[in-house]
Design a protein around this ligand. Structure first.
Ligand code: LER
Ligand code: MN
Length: 268
């Protein structure tokens, strides 16, 4: 099992970015805790010194399985489904600008809340049409570089667009791109899926990335999820990607990360 953990390259409001800021110190800590990779949350590639980032990641011998993009929504309000076409265009261009970053690391690009939340006055069916158009355009831009896009079903309290794996699979059909798949997150699945294991099984080969947090969004082992059974279901699909920790820094990032790795390694 290859394990990674989320590091935001800049300060962020998002609480479950386990590590934030101070790249050099945090990358050293993540590597020394025994993680194989780091999932980088990047609001805007233009605001990051990518050569320096790549140098530090390689120095610590870490892989980058995925790049998180949600802060474009969280900090700037960009989304694929905003009623303002200029906001939608900016969101699409922002995601396309992540393709060259992803290509440096052979990372998947995560589509989390940048998909949007369906604003008041917007028809859900219309939002789905905008979402599908945006995903087709971004998948097509990523395809020549061999880069995959992973949309994350997110629980109902954060968005009304794609809350569960079944809706994600339907969306995959409608988008119709081979490099478009899903990121499943155990925190959201615990809220939305009747059975986490069954939904993992049904998503099968379209799982492009996997987030782990326990039921309380603390480190795995801090809540009531059965990671032995969940990870067995994940690997039974033939999944060979990373299992990536995205949980609140409780009691602090390093302790949570250490507890997570101990708990998960004991389950596989
Ligand atoms: C991001 O990966 C996530 O899980 C969401 O909760 C972001 O709001
Ligand atoms: Mn997540």
């Amino acid at each position: 099992m290859k394990l990674s953990i989320v590091l935001s390259t800049q300060p962020a409001k998002f609480q479950a970015a386990t590590f934030k800021g101070d790249l050099e110190t945090n990358l050293a800590r993540i590597a020394s805790l025994g993680y194989d990779g780091v999932e980088l949350a990047i609001r805007d590639p233009k605001s990051v010194d990518l050569d320096e980032l790549e140098r530090l990641v390689l120095k610590h011998n870490l892989s980058v399985p995925a790049i998180g993009t949600g802060q474009a929504w969280g900090e700037e309000g960009l989304s694929f489904t905003d009623p303002d076409p200029s906001v939608r265009r900016a969101a699409v261009e922002r995601i396309k600008s992540h393709v060259l970053v992803a290509a440096r690391f052979n990372a998947a690009i995560i589509i989390g809340l940048v998909r949007g939340i369906v604003k008041p006055g917007v028809d859900h069916a219309q939002a789905m049409i905008w979402l599908i158009e945006a995903l087709r355009e971004c998948s097509a831009a990523a395809e020549p570089f061999g880069i995959r896009l992973a949309l994350e079903p997110i629980n109902r309290y954060e968005t009304t667009l794609i809350n569960n794996a079944a809706q994600g699979l339907e969306l995959i059909e409608r988008v119709g791109a081979d490099n478009f798949g899903l990121l499943l997150d155990t925190f959201h699945m615990n809220i939305e899926e009747p059975s986490i294991e069954d939904s993992v099984k049904q998503t099968g080969g379209r799982i492009f990335h996997f987030h782990v947090a326990d039921s309380n969004r603390w480190y795995p082992g801090a809540g009531h999820l059965d990671f032995k059974s969940i990870l067995a279901a994940l690997f039974a699909t033939g999944y060979t990607g990373f299992v990536s920790g995205e949980f609140m820094p409780v009691p602090d990032a390093a302790t949570g990360a250490r507890n997570a790795i101990e708990h998960l390694r004991a389950k596989v």
